[in-house]
Write a protein that binds this ligand. Structure first.
Ligand code: UD1
Ligand code: CA
Length: 458
């Protein structure tokens, strides 16, 4: 049987170059904190325990990650990666294997880490290395006769060692029992006066534990974030990865470089997405859905055959089949649109249920409303759902026709098949099948003259 896996995530560093009060690992990539990405990977690997070593920013890190079933260990002062690991040792089981990850290296793939874990479970030390054209700043992998013998940090390296292009990613896996023994042997006699986790490699070699090296499928998997520029660089790489996966699934992206997915986007067949769309949280698009340019969809399901035109924002809503939304519609939380609903430009809908075939085509606000089938809402219609203290519902029956520039002062009900005349301010229920209107009578004053401007003197 394999030993269980425990994962240690180092996240105590200050991240000075981010120039931010927020701890570095809480900065967001694709809508999720850097640390959140690493934690998700740890969960994907089936870790029995995931332990985060935090420091800079105090309790902000544990607070932000409170829901993620993590163990937190404070490293109050940062004396190096070996010192960081040491703080967590009492929390780790003697019979497990430990994988060390970094809170600021967000894009590492679980598939890249599996061979390291397997090496550790087979009694070896799994080390992730990468060949870099520009290895400056990294720890170098020193080999003798092809075998890894130690790691030397850039600042401690000789010119000959600095010429080595195989570098340490910092990511490694080993039996926890061994890790505990070696970490306790570390010394800080080096250029930085730090306890280097990397020094355990030489100790493993000393103790006859073989070091297996593996390389990531992509170099960017092991890139860390130290500045906003690097964060932006990894964001693009990650977005490109998402876009390529969508293309692979058959989604048409008018420009894969102008798509942002901050969460998960599930698409059916023959989905077309125009440029500059942002998808946040969990978004599902059914078959034949078309999304126009510059739309934002957040936590939303869109059923088959619906077309969303440019500049539409949909937040926490369920959109039925064959709808037409936009351009410039705003659909707010709690909205459910049934089949064949049309919502046009400059229409805002909040917490409302709109049934099959109803149309709200221009310049309207519909809030806290239950609307039946085949209703036609004229331009400029407003549900007055808020009296300054409470929200009230508007109920509109099937096949109602609401004339333009109508206000429905809630709570109010419009019966099935009713017609409301243009300009009506509806304060009482309107009976089914009848025409209801409130309107001042139109009259004309014969012979009336506009006032003329007086000529100024001087
Ligand atoms: C480390 C490695 C180096 C490797 C490089 C890859 C060591 C000694 N060196 O160097 O071989 O090439 O990563 O990026 O391990 N951290 C803590 N507490 C500490 C110190 C660091 O939590 O006391 C965390 C940091 O937040 C950071 C990570 O560990 O996420 C790496 O620390 P850093 O100081 O950046 O190590 P490097 O000098 O880059
Ligand atoms: Ca670093």
């Amino acid at each position: 049987m394999h030993s269980m896996l425990e994962i240690l995530i180092l996240a105590a560093g200050k991240g000075t170059r981010m120039r931010s009060d927020l701890p570095k690992v809480l900065h967001k990539l694709a809508g999720k904190s850097l640390l959140g990405h690493v934690v998700d990977t740890a969960h994907d690997l089936g870790a029995a325990q995931t332990c985060v070593v935090y420091g800079f920013g105090g309790e902000a890190v544990p607070q932000a990650m409170a829901d993620d079933k993590l163990t937190f260990v404070l490293q109050a002062e940062q004396h190096g990666t070996g010192h960081a690991v040491k703080q967590a040792l009492p929390r780790l089981s003697d019979t497990s294997v430990t994988l060390v990850l970094y809170g600021d290296v967000p894009l590492i793939h679980a598939a890249t880490l599996q061979p390291l874990v397997a090496a550790a479970q087979a009694g070896r030390l799994g080390l992730l290395t990468v060949d870099l054209a520009q290895p400056d700043g990294y720890g170098r992998i020193v080999r003798e006769n092809g075998r890894v013998v130690r790691i030397v940090e850039h600042k401690d390296a000789t010119p000959a060692e600095r010429a080595i292009q195989e570098v340490n990613t910092g990511i490694l896996a080993v039996a926890t029992r061994r890790l505990k023994q070696w970490i306790n042997e570390l010394k800080n006699e080096n250029a930085q006066g730090e306890y280097y986790l990397t020094d355990i490699i030489a100790l493993a070699v000393r103790d006859g534990v073989a070091v297996d090296t593996h390389q990531p499928a992509f170099e960017w998997e092991v890139l860390g974030v130290n500045s906003k520029a690097q964060l932006a660089g990894l964001e693009r790489i990650h977005q490109d990865e998402i876009a390529q996966a969508l293309l692979e699934e058959g989604v048409t992206l008018m420009d894969p470089a102008r798509l942002d997915v901050r969460g998960t986007l599930k698409c059916g067949r023959d989905v077309v997405i125009d440029v500059n769309c942002v998808f946040e949280g969990r978004v599902e698009l059914g078959d034949d859905v078309q999304v126009g340019a510059n739309c934002v969809l957040r936590n939303t399901r869109v059923a088959n055959g619906t077309r969303i035109d440019a500049f539409t924002l949909v937040d926490d809503a369920v959109i039925g089949e064959a709808n037409r939304l936009g351009p410039f519609s705003r659909i707010r939380p709690g909205t459910r649109l049934a089949r064949d609903v049309h919502v046009g430009n400059f229409v805002e809908i909040k917490n409302s249920q709109i049934d099959d075939g109803s149309k709200i085509n221009h310049l309207s606000y519909v809030g806290d409303t239950t609307m039946g089938k085949k209703v036609n809402i004229g331009a400029g219609t407003i549900t007055c759902n808020y009296d300054g203290a409470n929200k009230h519902r508007t109920v509109i029956g099937d096949e109602v026709f609401v004339g333009s520039d109508t206000q429905l002062v809630a709570p109010v009900t419009v019966g099935k098949g009713a017609t409301l005349g243009a300009g009506t301010t509806l304060t009482k229920d309107a009976p089914a099948g009848e025409l209801t209107l409130s309107r001042a009578k139109q009259f004309t004053i014969g012979g009336w003259k506009r006032p003329a401007k007086q000529k100024k003197e001087g």
